[in-house]
Design a protein around this ligand. Structure first.
Ligand code: NAP
Ligand code: G4F
Length: 341
């Protein structure tokens, strides 16, 4: 193949995969992505790429595959011949991992191992990014968490991410892989899945504002998270693979806020009182919780020159604006609800 840089992204249809694909295409890469077969469309987040006037979609190649299926991973690696592989594919919902622990482990930890082995078998020099997670710190009360903080996983998802983290380090040590773990703290956007708490709140609040919904049911409002803006986190992933040496990096804003605070900000932004609309539902509680995440991204700041640019108020503005547009479209289609300028 020619001199064009080539990247492979698992989980390309997810929140982060779609932003990373856009970033890499804007840098001139040919981008290959792994998508799962689904009975409904699961590539909607890539739609913006197909509308790009620069026709960057001509350098985007999607392949059916699955992290539970090594033969598909091997086939895609042979076709794509990537110099960089970003492993973002995952059953990424913490609550769901308690209902499907075995499946979560298969995709998240064994899936990572399958991909690392498939790369090893190609015999090619490939730079590897692993989507590790702040969830691995679990209920360790030490804050802020950095690269030296001990993992204390509090969910099947977190335990599986720990295994994937260690596989990634192991392949660096044992086989000299250029392999990096990005320990990313929560990051959100209008492309966030609708069952994660921030998006669940912005989606419901905007629908409530337009009279399309009355109530929002939530679980634990006391948990605290370090929430950043997803496109900025995709940039950190790319930066990790451009360094001279592989390393692991915490990526975070350094600020933490409770779910209740996020809720208040969103409803206030829309001129609503959340207490009138929010109800508790114990189904959204988890058998074990992560009470507080707050990251120290000093290493990423120093070595990668990365820093967050969007604060929580900015994130709320971006998400509310996007979900308001969505709610307005829904309202127009149904011809119901409140008229709000
Ligand atoms: P996401 O929106 O849930 O995207 C996950 C992607 O993985 C989806 O495209 C999904 O495909 C795909 N996938 C699921 N199971 C798969 C399988 N068996 N084989 C191949 N692909 C599969 O997650 P995200 O927020 O973009 O996060 C990206 C990665 O970073 C994940 O690994 C997540 O665990 C990790 N992470 C996320 C955060 C965060 O705050 N967002 C923080 C730390 C780490 P479908 O669309 O078909 O379901
Ligand atoms: O939005 P969440 O589901 O995100 P969580 O569990 O922090 O996991 C996300 O971030 C991780 C990074 O730390 C990623 F690795 C992972 O893939 C995912 O992207 O929940 C945030 C908090 C939790 O404490 C939860 O108990 O919100 C609380 N919460 C309260 N009510 C709720 C709800 N969470 C959800 N999803 N739905 C609720 O109704």
């Amino acid at each position: 193949m020619g001199s064009q840089r080539r990247a492979l992204i698992t989980g390309i249809g997810g929140q982060d995969g779609s932003y990373l694909a856009e970033l890499l295409l804007s840098k001139g890469y040919a981008v290959h992505g792994v998508v799962r077969r689904s009975s409904t469309f699961n590539t909607e987040r890539l739609d913006a790429i197909y509308q790009d006037p620069h026709e960057t979609h001509r350098r985007l190649f999607l392949h059916y595959g699955d992290l539970t299926d090594s033969s598909s991973l091997r086939r895609i690696l042979t076709i794509a011949e990537p110099q960089e592989v970003y492993n973002l594919g995952a059953q990424s919902h913490v609550r769901v991992s308690f209902d499907q622990p075995e499946y979560t482990a298969d995709v998240v930890s064994v899936g990572t191992l399958r991909l690392l082995e498939a790369i090893r078998d190609t015999g090619r020099q490939v730079r590897f990014y692993q989507a590790s997670s702040s969830e691995m710190f679990g209920d360790n009360p030490e804050v802020p968490q950095n690269e030296d903080t001990r993992f204390q996983p509090s969910s099947p998802y977190a335990a599986a991410k720990c295994a994937a983290f260690w596989y990634t380090q192991l392949y660096r040590k044992a086989y000299g892989f250029f392999a990096c773990n990005g320990i990313l703290f929560n990051h959100e956007s209008p492309r966030r899945g609708e069952t994660f708490v921030t998006r669940k709140i912005t989606r419901a609040a905007t629908r409530i504002k337009l009279g399309l919904q009355e109530k929002l049911y939530l679980g634990n409002l006391d948990a605290s998270r370090d929430w950043g803006y997803a496109p900025e986190y995709a940039e950190a992933m790319w930066l990790m693979l451009q360094q001279e040496k592989p390393n692991d990096y915490v990526v975070a804003t350094g600020e933490t806020h409770t779910v209740r605070e996020f809720l208040e900000l969103v409803f206030q932004h829309l001129g609503l009182d959340w207490r009138k609309h929010v109800e508790f539902d114990k189904r959204y509680l988890r058998p074990a919780e992560v009470p507080m995440l707050k990251g120290d991204a000093s290493r990423a700041r120093k070595i990668l020159g990365w820093r967050p640019r969007t604060d929580l108020a900015g994130l709320v503005r971006i998400m509310v604006q996007a979900d308001m547009e969505l709610a307005r479209k829904e309202q127009a289609a149904k011809g119901v609800g409140n008229q709000v300028p």
